[in-house]
Design a protein around this ligand. Sequence first.
Ligand SMILES: Nc1ncnc2c1ncn2[C@@H]1O[C@H](COP(=O)(O)OP(=O)(O)OP(=O)(O)O)[C@@H](O)[C@H]1O
Ligand SMILES: [Mg+2]
Length: 338
Amino acid sequence: MAVVVVDLRGRVRFLNASAEQLFGLSRRHALGRRFAAHFVDAQPLERLLAEAAGGGFGEKTVDLSLARTGGEAQALIVSAVAGVDPAAPVLLEFRPQEQRRRVDRAERLIESTSAYRDLVRQLAHEIGNPLGGIRGAAQLLDAELETARLREYTGVIVKEADRLQSLVDRLLAPHRGRPRHARMNIHEVCEWVRSVVLAEYPAGLEILRDYDASLPELLADRERLVQGLLNLVRNAAQAMQGRGRIVLRTRIARQQTIARRRWKLALDLHVIDDGPGVPAAIAERVFDPLVSGREGGTGLGLTLAQDLVQQHGGIIEFDSRPGKTDFRIRLPLQEDRT
Ligand SMILES: Nc1ncnc2c1ncn2[C@@H]1O[C@H](COP(=O)(O)OP(=O)(O)OP(=O)(O)O)[C@@H](O)[C@H]1O
Ligand SMILES: [Mg+2]
């Protein structure tokens, strides 16, 4: 976090290394000078400082855009804390707005997935119930039909009913039964998924491991994690048409907020591929059900994976550009109770 302390006349008393870096200022150059003077169009900042100096508030957070002369404007969230003592300096904390947007996005994602979850489950039931009847009736009809040409039609009904049934099964799968949590090693899950996908693509696909062996064990439902990870790794392999390199990378992540809960320790599992990237047209919606950019795809893989990971209190996010796509599963390990 970038921190700057100014006195009542707006002169810099202190700035930390993050602030030096954020604004491209050297401490030597900045100390003792008016802070606002470093920026073009600094009136909103001046107003904030004047208000703080005048005892207008104790603490206040605002969105500001600041640009150095000749530099690009940075969108920042600024928290100003005014001293209790009227003569005391004003402390400013700066955070890039980008950071907040990421959190907002993650929260929206979690809300929308849980809303979808119920809808999808209900729809799956409604579609699934009559399917057995439709299929059975078509088979009876098939037995009565004389000509092969007519039996082609009943064949289509049976085949399409089967296709719908497997769709319905997939939709309902993550909710079947209670999750069964057990202590496990995430690398064991990785190894299993790796061998399954390598067996599906015996030629041309490489899956490298980049594991952090010091990761602690995790309490999770193994089957569900396997399914979630499998969906990501398969997507990567499919995006590269079975030819290319996937990296499975595990890392520890400290002090993370996932769905408004603070975690001291979390685990990051990246699935990185060097394929063409998520098509821009669907990038915002890839986690929504039935969104697919792939010939023959049902568009459920990521919806289900996100759901399975969220059942563990985690979240899946991704970064993608042509040549590098990184889907990251973040799973909480240890709560922050401070
Ligand atoms: N690693 C990736 N690289 C490029 N595109 C990807 C990647 N992962 C996902 N996508 C895009 O996101 C879309 C949605 O993925 P999702 O797994 O939800 O559905 P699907 O793969 O199309 O179908 P299903 O998984 O249900 O068989 C894919 O069709 C693909 O266009
Ligand atoms: Mg998929």
